[in-house]
Every structure is written in structure tokens, then in C-alpha cells.
Design a protein around this ligand. Structure first.
Ligand SMILES: Nc1ncnc2c1ncn2[C@@H]1O[C@H](COP(=O)(O)OP(=O)(O)OP(=O)(O)O)[C@@H](O)[C@H]1O
Ligand SMILES: [Mg+2]
Length: 228
């Protein structure tokens, strides 16, 4: 098994049979010991976070595959905390796509002059560059094309897929009495035809969910979704 990348929350291996293996770790992103899904530092370790994250990822990716939306997901082995996926070529050095239903976090930090915490946003999509040194800057579709990161056509497909996938997650959460405020995805080009597919993971650390106006921590969210 060849190591491809050691990430903050997952390690990536090449199985050299046309698939990659993602190993989920117990580290979660945060600052000064406080969990923050938007942070670029691993602030804390939470016992069981890797397994819970993988379980929720498996749950959502199977739903999304069933809906006929392309993903990298092949299968998951919960006891080994691993997931088999199709290798993807990321856009540039990686982008993140956010879908927002309510204003929180970086949206407020950026647009706080015009929006307040909890305002409704109607599945607003935005793209950021994965660039820790520059704090993951927001980027427009024009700049994405100009810088050779993705074409306008790819942007349109990606934004459309983002809204469809977020709607699936939102619906699953609402069935458990949770409201999805925002969620972050990664996409890449997969296969010889380089079709756009959802990659990476969808766990509690990728989204903000609220219950009766109170933020729900990732591990708690995973419990509610998978047991409740
Ligand atoms: N199917 C795939 N093919 C290739 N790379 C993938 C695939 N799925 C996920 N990845 C990449 O694997 C890495 C997983 O590691 P991890 O989630 O720890 O990421 P990171 O980049 O270190 O941190 P962060 O996601 O917080 O920026 C990410 O860089 C992600 O883009
Ligand atoms: Mg990651």
C-alpha cells in the first residue's frame, strides 16, 4: 500500500488496483481546543471521531449514489476506519464548495455589515481555494477559469451538484429534527472521461447543524443521525 498524502483528518493510500484508500483519524479541525469546521488547524483529538465520521460519510455517500449523483465512493470498512474510493484529480490544488442555508461562521465574518447570524440564505453556493497560508480565500467563477483551475462549464456542473447534494443532506437531517445551516464539500475529476464527482467525506465536521436553535457538535450529530 503506497502512501499518497497524510492529511489533517485522513491519510490517503494508493491500493494500486485503480482505487485509493482513505483512513479516518481521530483528529478534528479547530482552534485552541475548540472545534471549528472551517479551521485549518487540527486543534483537538476526539476519541471515536474517525469511526463516527466514516459511518456518517458512508451513510450520506450511499444516499447520494442512490440519487444517481457521481461520487468517488466504492465501499467502507467501519472496523478498520477505511473507505475505498476512486482516485480523483482535484481542481488546481483543491477547492472547497460551500452551500449555505443560514448565515453563520465565515459568511458573517465577511458580510456582517449586511447580514446577521441565522439569516436565511436559500442554498447559496460559494467556492474557496484550499490554501492554508492564505486562509482559504473565496474565489469567483471568473477567477477559477482565468487561473486555469476549472472551466465555467465545470463550475456550473459543480454548483448544480452542490445544491442537489446539500438538499439530500438537509432532508436527512430534518428527518431527525436537525436543521442544516451550512455544509462544505470537495469535488474532483474522476475516471478517463474526467467527470465531476463528489469526493472526500461528509461527516459532522463538514457541516453546521442546529437543533432548536442550538449548535450540535459533530459527535452528537453523528449519534443523532445514526442511532436516533
Ligand atoms: N477520491 C479522492 N482522490 C484524491 N484525493 C482525495 C480523494 N478524496 C479525498 N481526497 C483528498 O484527500 C485528503 C484527505 O485528507 P484530509 O481530509 O485530512 O485533508 P487536508 O487537506 O489535510 O485537510 P482539510 O480537508 O481540512 O483541508 C484531502 O486533501 C482530499 O482533498
Ligand atoms: Mg479534509
Amino acid at each position: 500500500m503506497k502512501s499518497v498524502y497524510q492529511g489533517k483528518t485522513k491519510d490517503v493510500f494508493d491500493l494500486e488496483n485503480g482505487t485509493y484508500l482513505l483512513k479516518f483519524k481521530d483528529e478534528v479541525t479547530g482552534v485552541d481546543g475548540v472545534f471549528d469546521p472551517g479551521a485549518n488547524t487540527v486543534g483537538l483529538t476526539m476519541e471515536g471521531a474517525g469511526e463516527a465520521g466514516l459511518k456518517l460519510t458512508k451513510f450520506f455517500f450511499e444516499k447520494i449514489n442512490e440519487a444517481g449523483i457521481a461520487t468517488h465512493y466504492v465501499d467502507a470498512d467501519i472496523s478498520n476506519r477505511t473507505m475505498t474510493v476512486l482516485p480523483a484529480e482535484v481542481f488546481g490544488e483543491g477547492v472547497e464548495v460551500i452551500c449555505r442555508y443560514r448565515a453563520v461562521g465565515s459568511f458573517i465574518r465577511r458580510y456582517g455589515k449586511y447580514a446577521k447570524d441565522g439569516d436565511r440564505l436559500d442554498a447559496y453556493v460559494e467556492v474557496t481555494l484550499k490554501d492554508d497560508d492564505r486562509n482559504d480565500p473565496l474565489i469567483t467563477d471568473e477567477a477559477l477559469e482565468m487561473l486555469g483551475i476549472m472551466t465555467k462549464k465545470e463550475y456550473e456542473i459543480l454548483a448544480d451538484m452542490t445544491r442537489k447534494i446539500a438538499a439530500i443532506v438537509k432532508d436527512e437531517l430534518s428527518q431527525k429534527g436537525l436543521e442544516l445551516y451550512d455544509i462544505k464539500f470537495e469535488f474532483g475529476r474522476v475516471g478517463e472521461d474526467k467527470h465531476i464527482a463528489l469526493i472526500d467525506e461528509i461527516s459532522g465536521g463538514n457541516m453546521r447543524a442546529y437543533k432548536d436553535g442550538e449548535y450540535v457538535e459533530p459527535l452528537k450529530l453523528e449519534k443523532i443521525m445514526l442511532e436516533g
